[in-house]
Design a protein around this ligand. Structure first.
Ligand SMILES: C[S@@+](CC[C@H](N)C(=O)[O-])C[C@H]1O[C@@H](n2cnc3c(N)ncnc32)[C@H](O)[C@@H]1O
Length: 395
Protein backbone atom coordinates (compact mmCIF):
# COMPACT_ATOMS: atom_id res chain seq x y z
CA UNK A 1 0.00 0.00 0.00
CA UNK A 2 1.29 3.48 -0.80
CA UNK A 3 0.60 6.81 0.86
CA UNK A 4 -2.94 8.03 1.17
CA UNK A 5 -4.01 11.06 -0.84
CA UNK A 6 -4.18 14.44 0.83
CA UNK A 7 -0.53 14.70 1.75
CA UNK A 8 0.48 16.98 -1.11
CA UNK A 9 0.52 20.19 0.94
CA UNK A 10 2.51 18.67 3.81
CA UNK A 11 4.98 17.12 1.36
CA UNK A 12 5.44 20.46 -0.44
CA UNK A 13 6.10 22.13 2.89
CA UNK A 14 8.66 19.47 3.85
CA UNK A 15 10.40 19.91 0.49
CA UNK A 16 10.67 23.65 1.07
CA UNK A 17 12.15 23.00 4.51
CA UNK A 18 14.62 20.49 3.03
CA UNK A 19 15.69 23.02 0.37
CA UNK A 20 16.11 25.70 3.09
CA UNK A 21 18.35 23.39 5.14
CA UNK A 22 20.46 22.43 2.13
CA UNK A 23 20.83 26.11 1.21
CA UNK A 24 21.73 27.15 4.77
CA UNK A 25 24.46 24.51 4.77
CA UNK A 26 25.70 25.79 1.39
CA UNK A 27 24.97 22.43 -0.19
CA UNK A 28 22.34 23.86 -2.53
CA UNK A 29 23.69 26.82 -4.49
CA UNK A 30 21.53 27.12 -7.59
CA UNK A 31 17.98 28.44 -8.00
CA UNK A 32 17.28 25.90 -10.76
CA UNK A 33 18.24 22.93 -8.58
CA UNK A 34 16.35 24.48 -5.66
CA UNK A 35 13.24 24.56 -7.86
CA UNK A 36 13.82 20.87 -8.70
CA UNK A 37 14.17 19.89 -5.02
CA UNK A 38 11.01 21.86 -4.21
CA UNK A 39 9.07 20.16 -7.01
CA UNK A 40 10.10 16.48 -7.15
CA UNK A 41 7.96 14.46 -4.69
CA UNK A 42 10.59 12.15 -3.16
CA UNK A 43 7.80 10.24 -1.39
CA UNK A 44 6.62 8.89 -4.76
CA UNK A 45 10.11 7.47 -5.35
CA UNK A 46 10.57 6.00 -1.87
CA UNK A 47 7.06 4.87 -0.84
CA UNK A 48 8.73 2.27 1.45
CA UNK A 49 12.32 1.86 2.46
CA UNK A 50 14.76 0.54 5.05
CA UNK A 51 16.77 2.54 7.57
CA UNK A 52 19.71 1.38 9.64
CA UNK A 53 18.70 0.55 13.19
CA UNK A 54 20.47 2.19 16.17
CA UNK A 55 20.79 -1.17 17.95
CA UNK A 56 24.37 -2.11 18.78
CA UNK A 57 25.92 -5.22 17.24
CA UNK A 58 25.14 -6.63 13.84
CA UNK A 59 24.08 -3.97 11.31
CA UNK A 60 20.34 -4.31 11.05
CA UNK A 61 17.93 -2.51 8.75
CA UNK A 62 14.33 -1.84 9.73
CA UNK A 63 11.42 -1.35 7.33
CA UNK A 64 9.74 2.06 7.17
CA UNK A 65 6.29 2.39 5.63
CA UNK A 66 3.27 4.61 6.41
CA UNK A 67 1.60 1.55 7.96
CA UNK A 68 4.52 0.77 10.28
CA UNK A 69 5.52 4.22 11.56
CA UNK A 70 2.40 6.25 10.68
CA UNK A 71 1.96 8.51 7.67
CA UNK A 72 3.23 11.68 9.32
CA UNK A 73 6.50 10.13 10.53
CA UNK A 74 7.06 8.28 7.24
CA UNK A 75 6.67 11.53 5.27
CA UNK A 76 8.96 13.42 7.65
CA UNK A 77 11.63 10.74 7.23
CA UNK A 78 11.30 10.76 3.43
CA UNK A 79 12.23 14.45 3.39
CA UNK A 80 15.22 14.21 5.72
CA UNK A 81 18.66 14.37 4.18
CA UNK A 82 19.30 10.63 4.44
CA UNK A 83 20.02 7.73 2.12
CA UNK A 84 17.16 5.21 2.26
CA UNK A 85 17.80 1.62 1.23
CA UNK A 86 15.33 -0.01 -1.13
CA UNK A 87 16.95 -3.33 -2.03
CA UNK A 88 19.45 -5.83 -0.56
CA UNK A 89 21.54 -8.51 -2.28
CA UNK A 90 19.76 -7.82 -5.58
CA UNK A 91 16.48 -9.31 -4.25
CA UNK A 92 13.16 -7.52 -4.18
CA UNK A 93 11.58 -6.99 -0.78
CA UNK A 94 8.30 -8.68 0.12
CA UNK A 95 6.44 -5.54 1.19
CA UNK A 96 3.33 -7.55 2.15
CA UNK A 97 5.22 -8.61 5.28
CA UNK A 98 8.46 -6.59 5.60
CA UNK A 99 10.93 -7.88 8.18
CA UNK A 100 14.12 -6.40 9.65
CA UNK A 101 17.18 -7.35 7.59
CA UNK A 102 20.65 -8.16 9.00
CA UNK A 103 23.97 -9.11 7.55
CA UNK A 104 23.01 -8.01 4.06
CA UNK A 105 24.53 -5.72 1.46
CA UNK A 106 22.32 -2.92 0.11
CA UNK A 107 22.10 -2.99 -3.70
CA UNK A 108 19.79 -0.05 -4.38
CA UNK A 109 18.82 3.12 -2.59
CA UNK A 110 17.66 6.69 -2.83
CA UNK A 111 20.87 8.64 -2.21
CA UNK A 112 20.71 11.46 0.34
CA UNK A 113 19.42 14.62 -1.39
CA UNK A 114 22.44 16.76 -0.40
CA UNK A 115 24.79 14.37 -2.24
CA UNK A 116 22.47 14.11 -5.24
CA UNK A 117 22.18 17.87 -5.56
CA UNK A 118 25.88 18.35 -4.95
CA UNK A 119 26.89 16.03 -7.81
CA UNK A 120 24.21 17.50 -10.07
CA UNK A 121 25.62 20.97 -9.41
CA UNK A 122 29.18 19.69 -9.97
CA UNK A 123 28.03 18.30 -13.31
CA UNK A 124 27.66 21.88 -14.57
CA UNK A 125 24.58 21.37 -16.72
CA UNK A 126 23.10 24.21 -18.75
CA UNK A 127 19.79 24.57 -20.54
CA UNK A 128 19.66 22.52 -23.72
CA UNK A 129 22.19 19.90 -22.59
CA UNK A 130 21.67 16.13 -22.73
CA UNK A 131 22.59 13.84 -19.83
CA UNK A 132 23.22 10.11 -19.54
CA UNK A 133 22.72 8.79 -16.00
CA UNK A 134 24.06 5.40 -14.88
CA UNK A 135 22.17 3.92 -11.91
CA UNK A 136 18.52 5.05 -12.07
CA UNK A 137 17.83 3.52 -8.65
CA UNK A 138 14.53 4.89 -7.34
CA UNK A 139 14.42 7.46 -10.15
CA UNK A 140 14.66 10.43 -7.75
CA UNK A 141 17.83 11.89 -9.27
CA UNK A 142 16.46 11.16 -12.76
CA UNK A 143 13.36 13.16 -11.85
CA UNK A 144 15.44 16.12 -10.62
CA UNK A 145 17.23 16.17 -13.99
CA UNK A 146 13.94 15.86 -15.89
CA UNK A 147 12.68 18.90 -14.00
CA UNK A 148 15.86 20.87 -14.67
CA UNK A 149 16.46 19.94 -18.34
CA UNK A 150 13.21 18.47 -19.66
CA UNK A 151 12.66 14.74 -19.86
CA UNK A 152 13.61 14.52 -23.55
CA UNK A 153 17.17 15.52 -22.51
CA UNK A 154 17.57 12.67 -20.01
CA UNK A 155 18.58 9.03 -20.56
CA UNK A 156 19.02 6.76 -17.55
CA UNK A 157 20.25 3.17 -17.30
CA UNK A 158 19.54 0.76 -14.44
CA UNK A 159 20.93 -2.76 -14.33
CA UNK A 160 18.21 -4.29 -12.13
CA UNK A 161 14.89 -5.00 -13.83
CA UNK A 162 12.66 -4.67 -10.75
CA UNK A 163 14.38 -1.47 -9.59
CA UNK A 164 14.06 -0.03 -13.12
CA UNK A 165 10.36 -0.93 -13.33
CA UNK A 166 9.54 0.82 -10.05
CA UNK A 167 11.53 3.91 -11.10
CA UNK A 168 9.68 4.02 -14.42
CA UNK A 169 6.30 3.82 -12.66
CA UNK A 170 7.23 6.60 -10.23
CA UNK A 171 8.55 8.84 -13.01
CA UNK A 172 5.42 8.25 -15.11
CA UNK A 173 3.22 8.93 -12.08
CA UNK A 174 4.86 12.36 -11.90
CA UNK A 175 4.44 12.93 -15.63
CA UNK A 176 8.10 12.43 -16.70
CA UNK A 177 9.01 10.07 -19.55
CA UNK A 178 12.80 10.14 -19.94
CA UNK A 179 14.52 7.42 -21.98
CA UNK A 180 14.97 4.52 -19.50
CA UNK A 181 16.94 1.38 -20.16
CA UNK A 182 17.54 -1.85 -18.27
CA UNK A 183 21.17 -2.71 -19.01
CA UNK A 184 24.72 -2.61 -17.73
CA UNK A 185 25.44 1.12 -17.80
CA UNK A 186 29.11 0.51 -18.49
CA UNK A 187 28.14 0.05 -22.16
CA UNK A 188 26.36 3.42 -22.15
CA UNK A 189 23.63 3.98 -24.72
CA UNK A 190 25.07 4.71 -28.18
CA UNK A 191 21.70 5.60 -29.74
CA UNK A 192 21.37 8.79 -27.72
CA UNK A 193 25.05 9.80 -28.10
CA UNK A 194 26.80 12.16 -28.06
CA UNK A 195 25.84 13.33 -24.56
CA UNK A 196 26.93 16.63 -23.01
CA UNK A 197 27.15 15.10 -19.56
CA UNK A 198 27.43 11.60 -18.05
CA UNK A 199 26.78 11.03 -14.35
CA UNK A 200 27.08 7.71 -12.51
CA UNK A 201 25.41 7.12 -9.15
CA UNK A 202 27.09 3.74 -8.71
CA UNK A 203 30.83 3.42 -8.03
CA UNK A 204 33.18 2.12 -10.72
CA UNK A 205 36.61 0.48 -10.55
CA UNK A 206 37.59 2.17 -13.80
CA UNK A 207 36.08 4.32 -16.54
CA UNK A 208 34.25 2.23 -19.17
CA UNK A 209 35.76 2.93 -22.62
CA UNK A 210 32.27 3.29 -24.18
CA UNK A 211 31.72 6.44 -22.12
CA UNK A 212 34.66 8.15 -23.83
CA UNK A 213 33.03 7.49 -27.20
CA UNK A 214 29.56 8.62 -26.15
CA UNK A 215 30.37 11.91 -24.42
CA UNK A 216 31.12 14.72 -26.86
CA UNK A 217 34.55 16.42 -26.81
CA UNK A 218 34.41 19.10 -24.13
CA UNK A 219 31.70 17.14 -22.31
CA UNK A 220 31.96 15.98 -18.70
CA UNK A 221 31.95 12.55 -17.02
CA UNK A 222 31.22 12.70 -13.28
CA UNK A 223 31.55 9.48 -11.34
CA UNK A 224 32.87 7.99 -8.15
CA UNK A 225 35.77 5.58 -8.48
CA UNK A 226 36.13 2.86 -5.90
CA UNK A 227 37.89 -0.34 -5.11
CA UNK A 228 37.08 -3.38 -3.01
CA UNK A 229 38.52 -1.79 0.14
CA UNK A 230 37.11 1.74 -0.09
CA UNK A 231 35.92 4.58 -2.28
CA UNK A 232 38.53 6.74 -3.99
CA UNK A 233 36.00 9.56 -4.32
CA UNK A 234 34.33 11.70 -6.92
CA UNK A 235 36.17 12.48 -10.14
CA UNK A 236 35.19 14.99 -12.82
CA UNK A 237 36.68 14.23 -16.24
CA UNK A 238 36.58 16.47 -19.28
CA UNK A 239 36.51 14.50 -22.51
CA UNK A 240 38.95 15.49 -25.25
CA UNK A 241 38.69 13.29 -28.32
CA UNK A 242 39.32 9.70 -27.28
CA UNK A 243 40.72 10.47 -23.83
CA UNK A 244 39.49 12.24 -20.71
CA UNK A 245 41.22 13.84 -17.77
CA UNK A 246 40.31 15.61 -14.54
CA UNK A 247 40.62 15.91 -10.77
CA UNK A 248 39.18 14.22 -7.70
CA UNK A 249 37.05 16.33 -5.37
CA UNK A 250 38.31 17.21 -1.88
CA UNK A 251 36.03 14.85 0.03
CA UNK A 252 35.45 11.23 -0.90
CA UNK A 253 31.76 10.50 -1.33
CA UNK A 254 30.95 6.88 -1.90
CA UNK A 255 28.35 5.03 -3.95
CA UNK A 256 27.59 1.30 -4.00
CA UNK A 257 29.81 -0.48 -6.51
CA UNK A 258 28.51 -1.33 -10.00
CA UNK A 259 27.07 -4.82 -9.65
CA UNK A 260 29.24 -6.35 -12.35
CA UNK A 261 32.38 -5.13 -10.57
CA UNK A 262 31.65 -6.38 -7.07
CA UNK A 263 34.49 -8.23 -5.35
CA UNK A 264 34.64 -11.99 -5.93
CA UNK A 265 33.24 -13.94 -2.98
CA UNK A 266 36.48 -15.84 -2.61
CA UNK A 267 38.99 -13.69 -0.75
CA UNK A 268 41.93 -15.59 -2.21
CA UNK A 269 44.28 -18.17 -0.82
CA UNK A 270 45.06 -17.73 2.88
CA UNK A 271 48.83 -18.20 3.30
CA UNK A 272 50.21 -20.73 5.77
CA UNK A 273 52.26 -19.61 8.80
CA UNK A 274 55.62 -20.11 7.06
CA UNK A 275 54.68 -18.83 3.57
CA UNK A 276 56.33 -15.74 2.09
CA UNK A 277 59.43 -13.71 2.82
CA UNK A 278 59.69 -11.72 6.05
CA UNK A 279 60.90 -8.22 6.79
CA UNK A 280 60.21 -5.52 9.31
CA UNK A 281 57.33 -3.32 8.14
CA UNK A 282 57.67 0.45 7.94
CA UNK A 283 53.93 0.93 8.51
CA UNK A 284 51.47 -1.23 10.44
CA UNK A 285 47.90 -2.15 9.48
CA UNK A 286 46.53 1.15 10.86
CA UNK A 287 47.28 2.74 7.45
CA UNK A 288 44.59 0.55 5.91
CA UNK A 289 41.89 2.57 7.64
CA UNK A 290 43.32 6.12 8.00
CA UNK A 291 41.78 8.38 5.32
CA UNK A 292 44.89 9.51 3.35
CA UNK A 293 47.02 6.33 3.62
CA UNK A 294 43.95 4.15 2.98
CA UNK A 295 43.39 6.03 -0.31
CA UNK A 296 47.02 5.24 -1.23
CA UNK A 297 46.57 1.59 -0.23
CA UNK A 298 43.56 1.30 -2.52
CA UNK A 299 45.61 2.78 -5.38
CA UNK A 300 48.64 0.59 -4.76
CA UNK A 301 46.76 -2.68 -4.24
CA UNK A 302 43.61 -2.28 -6.38
CA UNK A 303 42.57 -5.95 -6.25
CA UNK A 304 43.25 -6.50 -2.54
CA UNK A 305 41.07 -6.84 0.56
CA UNK A 306 42.06 -7.24 4.18
CA UNK A 307 40.85 -8.73 7.46
CA UNK A 308 42.37 -9.41 10.87
CA UNK A 309 42.35 -12.63 12.85
CA UNK A 310 44.35 -14.58 15.34
CA UNK A 311 45.96 -17.79 14.05
CA UNK A 312 46.14 -20.75 16.46
CA UNK A 313 45.66 -18.51 19.49
CA UNK A 314 48.61 -16.28 18.49
CA UNK A 315 48.53 -12.48 18.15
CA UNK A 316 45.99 -10.84 15.83
CA UNK A 317 47.50 -10.60 12.34
CA UNK A 318 46.18 -8.56 9.42
CA UNK A 319 45.91 -10.41 6.11
CA UNK A 320 45.99 -8.37 2.89
CA UNK A 321 44.95 -10.69 0.06
CA UNK A 322 44.87 -10.06 -3.67
CA UNK A 323 42.54 -12.66 -5.16
CA UNK A 324 43.44 -11.67 -8.74
CA UNK A 325 47.18 -12.36 -8.51
CA UNK A 326 47.03 -14.62 -5.41
CA UNK A 327 49.54 -12.33 -3.71
CA UNK A 328 49.49 -11.72 0.02
CA UNK A 329 50.94 -9.65 2.83
CA UNK A 330 50.49 -10.68 6.46
CA UNK A 331 51.23 -8.14 9.20
CA UNK A 332 52.03 -9.48 12.66
CA UNK A 333 53.03 -7.48 15.73
CA UNK A 334 56.58 -8.14 16.95
CA UNK A 335 57.86 -6.29 20.03
CA UNK A 336 57.18 -2.62 19.32
CA UNK A 337 57.13 -2.97 15.51
CA UNK A 338 55.29 -4.89 12.79
CA UNK A 339 56.62 -7.73 10.73
CA UNK A 340 55.32 -8.39 7.23
CA UNK A 341 55.38 -11.66 5.29
CA UNK A 342 54.80 -11.30 1.53
CA UNK A 343 54.33 -13.79 -1.28
CA UNK A 344 52.88 -14.20 -4.76
CA UNK A 345 53.68 -12.33 -7.96
CA UNK A 346 53.19 -8.86 -6.38
CA UNK A 347 54.90 -7.58 -3.24
CA UNK A 348 51.73 -5.96 -1.96
CA UNK A 349 53.12 -4.31 1.15
CA UNK A 350 56.15 -2.97 -0.76
CA UNK A 351 53.74 -1.30 -3.19
CA UNK A 352 51.57 0.06 -0.36
CA UNK A 353 54.50 1.45 1.64
CA UNK A 354 56.02 3.05 -1.43
CA UNK A 355 52.69 4.75 -2.28
CA UNK A 356 52.23 6.01 1.30
CA UNK A 357 55.82 7.36 1.38
CA UNK A 358 55.24 9.20 -1.91
CA UNK A 359 52.06 10.72 -0.49
CA UNK A 360 53.99 11.90 2.58
CA UNK A 361 56.76 13.39 0.41
CA UNK A 362 54.05 15.43 -1.33
CA UNK A 363 52.86 16.81 2.03
CA UNK A 364 50.09 14.28 2.79
CA UNK A 365 47.51 16.00 0.55
CA UNK A 366 43.79 15.22 0.43
CA UNK A 367 42.21 13.63 -2.63
CA UNK A 368 41.88 16.95 -4.53
CA UNK A 369 45.64 16.75 -5.25
CA UNK A 370 44.97 13.65 -7.36
CA UNK A 371 43.64 13.36 -10.88
CA UNK A 372 42.80 10.72 -13.45
CA UNK A 373 43.62 10.40 -17.13
CA UNK A 374 41.91 7.71 -19.18
CA UNK A 375 42.39 6.66 -22.77
CA UNK A 376 41.65 3.47 -24.65
CA UNK A 377 45.15 2.23 -23.78
CA UNK A 378 45.55 3.11 -20.10
CA UNK A 379 43.80 4.54 -17.03
CA UNK A 380 46.03 6.28 -14.51
CA UNK A 381 45.49 8.07 -11.22
CA UNK A 382 48.22 10.69 -10.75
CA UNK A 383 49.40 12.96 -7.98
CA UNK A 384 49.95 16.66 -8.68
CA UNK A 385 49.97 16.46 -12.50
CA UNK A 386 49.59 13.82 -15.22
CA UNK A 387 53.41 13.59 -15.23
CA UNK A 388 53.62 13.08 -11.45
CA UNK A 389 53.64 9.74 -9.60
CA UNK A 390 51.06 7.41 -11.16
CA UNK A 391 49.05 4.31 -10.28
CA UNK A 392 47.03 2.32 -12.84
CA UNK A 393 43.34 1.66 -12.26
CA UNK A 394 42.46 -2.04 -12.53
CA UNK A 395 41.47 -3.08 -16.03
C1 LIG B 1 22.88 4.48 -5.20
S1 LIG B 1 21.74 3.73 -6.25
C2 LIG B 1 21.20 5.04 -7.31
C3 LIG B 1 20.47 6.15 -6.64
C4 LIG B 1 19.57 6.89 -7.59
N1 LIG B 1 20.31 7.70 -8.51
C5 LIG B 1 18.53 7.66 -6.82
O1 LIG B 1 18.55 8.88 -6.79
O2 LIG B 1 17.66 7.00 -6.28
C6 LIG B 1 22.80 2.86 -7.39
C7 LIG B 1 22.04 2.12 -8.47
O3 LIG B 1 22.96 1.71 -9.47
C8 LIG B 1 22.48 0.51 -10.00
N2 LIG B 1 23.58 -0.14 -10.73
C9 LIG B 1 24.59 -0.89 -10.24
N3 LIG B 1 25.39 -1.31 -11.23
C10 LIG B 1 24.89 -0.78 -12.38
C11 LIG B 1 25.28 -0.86 -13.75
N4 LIG B 1 26.34 -1.55 -14.12
N5 LIG B 1 24.53 -0.22 -14.66
C12 LIG B 1 23.42 0.50 -14.30
N6 LIG B 1 23.01 0.58 -13.01
C13 LIG B 1 23.73 -0.04 -12.07
C14 LIG B 1 22.02 -0.26 -8.78
O4 LIG B 1 21.15 -1.31 -9.13
C15 LIG B 1 21.35 0.86 -7.98
O5 LIG B 1 19.98 0.92 -8.25
Amino acid sequence: MTAEPGIAATAADLRRQLADRLEENRLLRSPQWRAAIETVPRHVFVPRFYRESDDPGLTTWEPITPEIVGQEEWLRLVYTDETWMTQFEGRDIDWSDPQPISNSTPTSSSTLPSLVVRILQDLGVQDGMTVLEIGTGTGYSTALMCHRLGDEAVTSIETDEGVARRAREALHQCGWTPRLLVADGRAGEPEGAPYDRLIATCGLRNIPPAWLEQVRPGGVILTTLRGWMRSLGLVKLVVTGDSASGWFSEDDPSFMIARQQDAPENLGMIPGPEDGTKREAEYGPEILTRTGPAFMTQLAAPDARFFSMSVDGGPVSTFVLDSVTDSFAVLTPSDSAWQVRQGGSRRLWDAVESAVSTWQEYGSPNSSAFGVTVSHDAQMVWLGSPNGPRWPLPS
